[in-house]
Design a protein around this ligand. Structure first.
Ligand SMILES: Cc1ncc(COP(=O)(O)O)c(C=O)c1O
Length: 326
C-alpha cells in the first residue's frame, strides 16, 4: 500500500506547470511552481512545518503549547494543520484588510483568530505585529512564531522548494520570479538556485505601497513609499530579516489593478484558479520581458489558491467597485 502517515507527509513535491496563453508575448519557456497542491493549499505549509519542527527541537515549543502568529492566513493554515497532528493550540492575529474567507478557514481548522486594524503603524500597540508579541508574553507556555524574522522560514525553501525546482528543470532554470512578503520563499529558493548556478537571476515582485524595491535599489528605507494597498500576501512596511537582499537581482512593482486583473486572467485563460499574489507574480514576469532570451527557462512561483479570494478578485461587483473592470 502507498499512503502518507498523516497529512503533513503530503507537503511538498508540487508540480511545475507551463504557462501557455498569458506568456505568448515572451520569447522563453515560463513554468509555474504550483504550490496550491500542498494540503493547506499554499506554499506556506512548507515553512510552517519547518518552523514548528525547529522550535520543538530546541525547546522553544513545548508539549501542549500555544502557537501564536501574525498571519494573513496561509501561514496560519500550515501551522494549524501541523498543530492538529502534533497536539498544539493556535492563536492567529490578522489585519482587517484580509479576505473574510481567510478568517473563516482558519477557524475551520480549530484556530482562534484576533483581527487588528491595517491602517496603523507597525509599532502601534493595535498593529498585528504588536498584538502577536503581547499575547505571547501574556499566555503561558506559548511560542511566538514570527515568520518575518524566523530563519527556519527561508531554510524550509532552501531545503525543499529550491531543490525541487532545480531537479524538475534538470538544472535548466535561468530566472526565478516570486512575490515577496516575509521574504522566506525568495531568499531560500534564490540561495539554493544560485549555489547550484550563480548565473540564475532572482527577481522579486513588489506592490505599490511597499518599501522593498526602493530599499533594494538605494539602501534607503523610505516611509513615503508606505501606504495602504489592496494586493494580498506581498509587499511590506517593514524589512523582515528573511528578506536577503544580497541574493535578489531586482524588484518589479505591480499595481493593485493589474494584480487583480491577472488573477482573473490566470483562471479564465490558463485554468489556474489561484490567489491574488499569483496574478501579481505573472504580471511581474510580463513586465520583465526585456530580460528574457529564447533559451531561458523562467520559473514563477504561485503561492496559494483562488478559493480564498471569491469575495474579492473573483467577484465582479467588487472588481467594478474598485474600478478594476468596466
Ligand atoms: C498569498 C501569498 N503570496 C505571497 C506571499 C509571500 O511569500 P513570502 O512570505 O515567502 O515572501 C505570502 C506570504 O506572506 C502569501 O500568503
Amino acid at each position: 500500500m502507498n499512503y502518507a502517515n498523516n497529512i503533513l507527509e503530503t507537503i511538498g513535491n508540487t508540480p511545475l506547470v507551463k504557462i501557455n496563453k498569458l506568456t505568448e508575448a515572451l520569447p522563453c519557456l515560463v513554468l509555474s511552481k504550483y504550490e496550491t497542491f500542498n494540503p493547506g493549499n499554499s506554499v506556506k505549509d512548507r515553512m510552517a512545518l519547518k518552523m514548528i519542527e525547529d522550535a520543538e527541537a530546541d525547546g522553544r515549543l513545548k508539549p501542549g503549547g500555544t502557537i501564536i502568529e501574525g498571519t494573513s492566513g496561509n501561514t496560519g493554515m500550515g501551522l494549524a494543520l501541523a498543530a492538529i497532528v502534533k497536539g498544539y493550540k493556535c492563536i492567529f492575529v490578522m489585519a482587517d484588510k484580509q479576505s473574510k474567507e481567510k478568517v473563516d478557514i482558519l477557524k475551520a481548522v480549530g484556530a482562534e483568530v484576533v483581527v487588528c486594524p491595517t491602517a496603523v503603524e507597525p509599532d502601534d500597540p493595535r498593529s498585528y505585529y504588536s498584538v502577536s508579541k503581547r499575547l505571547s508574553t501574556e499566555i503561558e507556555n506559548s511560542w511566538y512564531v514570527n515568520q518575518y524574522d524566523n530563519p527556519s522560514n527561508a531554510k524550509a525553501h532552501y531545503e525543499s522548494t529550491g531543490p525541487e525546482i532545480w531537479q524538475q528543470t534538470e538544472g535548466k532554470v535561468t530566472h526565478f520570479v516570486v512575490g515577496v512578503g516575509t521574504g522566506g520563499t525568495i531568499s531560500g529558493v534564490g540561495k539554493y538556485l544560485k549555489e547550484q548556478n550563480p548565473n540564475v537571476k532572482v527577481w522579486g515582485v513588489d506592490t505599490y505601497g511597499s518599501v522593498f524595491k526602493k530599499y533594494h535599489e538605494t539602501g534607503i528605507f523610505d516611509e513615503n513609499e508606505i501606504y495602504p494597498y489592496v494586493t494580498e500576501g506581498i509587499g511590506e512596511d517593514i524589512l523582515p530579516e528573511n528578506v536577503d537582499f544580497s541574493i535578489i537581482d531586482g524588484f518589479t512593482k505591480v499595481t493593485d489593478k493589474d494584480a487583480a486583473v491577472y488573477t482573473q486572467r490566470l483562471a479564465k485563460e490558463e485554468g489556474m484558479f489561484l490567489g491574488n499574489s499569483a496574478g501579481a507574480a505573472i504580471k511581474g514576469v510580463l513586465q520583465l520581458k526585456e530580460h528574457f532570451k529564447p533559451e531561458d527557462v523562467v520559473v514563477v512561483l504561485f503561492h496559494d489558491h483562488g478559493s480564498r479570494y471569491v469575495g474579492k478578485m473573483f467577484n465582479d461587483d467588487w472588481m467594478r467597485e474598485k474600478g478594476y473592470i468596466e
